[in-house]
Design a protein around this ligand. Structure first.
Ligand SMILES: Nc1nc2c(c(=O)[nH]1)N[C@H]1C(S)=C(S)[C@@H](COP(=O)(O)O)O[C@H]1N2
Ligand SMILES: [Mo]
Length: 256
């Protein structure tokens, strides 16, 4: 860009800003306008939160805050025969599939997951049923896993397919599942957790691997993961609302 063009642009910006300020001075006295500005400010705050704050970290606690009794909720012992067989073998044959809109589909065993960049965090889990509990979660950060698989540009959501169901009538299509967008997928605290409080994840809490997505409510933290599918949209999956509980009326975005 030439120097004269730069000066001209700077002048234009300054003139624009000056016009805006004087216009603001003129209208800001009017009570109706003031109310309008407040509304706009709130809207702007909401937008800001959506666009930026979702990347900030959920609160982390000292070990002394860890709950002595962390409830296990929802499924606590999946009956799926494939899951049963994997559990009986100590999950030696377990593979977490990462596929869908990715360049390189993955099948990760537990050793491969443990070899990936990890994180450990003490966070509070909030269930909509009205309880909270604090635990240390350790696992592979999801972002490097996605790097390894190579998300295609069309990928906008990740769907987490689980082994269990809470609806025995429903069959294969009625199994527990969840979905998140890429902001949450790439969040620093989003983990494929394989340890809780320093021990391998118990079956009640989602063995061998569960999602931790710390900026959202408990039902988003899918247990018993079998497959992560990158998709452009999730309306064709199960009930179409992006999750087992979402299909039954819960919010898709359960931010806390
Ligand atoms: N696969 C699967 N994931 C699940 C559930 C479930 O029933 N099945 N329940 C959800 C709910 S409502 C909560 S509060 C947490 C409970 O996790 P916890 O058993 O470790 O407390 O898991 C969530 N993830
Ligand atoms: Mo929950």
């Amino acid at each position: 860009m030439t120097a004269s063009r730069r000066t001209w642009l700077r002048g234009l910006a300054a003139a624009g800003a000056a016009a805006l300020v004087s216009a603001c001075d003129r209208i800001a006295g009017d009570p109706a306008v003031r109310a309008g500005l407040k509304g706009a400010e709130r809207l702007n705050q909401g937008l800001h939160r959506v666009l930026f704050d979702r990347r900030t970290l959920a609160r982390e606690y000292p070990d002394s805050a860890i709950s002595p009794d962390f409830p296990a909720n929802g499924s606590i012992s999946p009956g799926d025969p494939t899951y049963r067989a994997l559990a009986a073998g100590g999950f030696a044959d377990y593979r977490l599939i990462v596929d869908g809109l990715v360049e390189r589909p993955l099948a990760l065993d537990l050793a491969a997951l443990r070899a990936l960049p990890s994180r450990s965090q003490v966070t509070r889990h909030d269930c909509v049923e009205g309880w909270s509990a604090i635990a240390r979660w350790t696992g592979a950060r999801l972002a490097p896993v996605l790097d390894q698989a190579g998300l295609k540009p069309e990928a906008r959501f990740l769907v987490f397919h689980c082994f269990d169901t809470l609806d025995p009538e429903a069959g294969e299509d009625g199994r527990y599942y969840e979905s998140i967008d890429l902001v949450d997928a790439l969040h620093a605290q989003t983990l494929l957790a394989y340890e809780m409080n320093g021990a391998p994840l118990s079956i009640a809490h989602g063995a061998p691997v569960r999602l931790r997505v710390e900026r959202q409510l408990g039902y988003k933290h899918a247990k018993y993961l079998r497959r992560i599918e990158a998709v452009a949209d999730y309306s064709h999956i199960s009930g179409g609302k992006g999750g087992f509980w979402e299909d039954r009326g819960y919010e898709w975005y359960a931010g806390i």
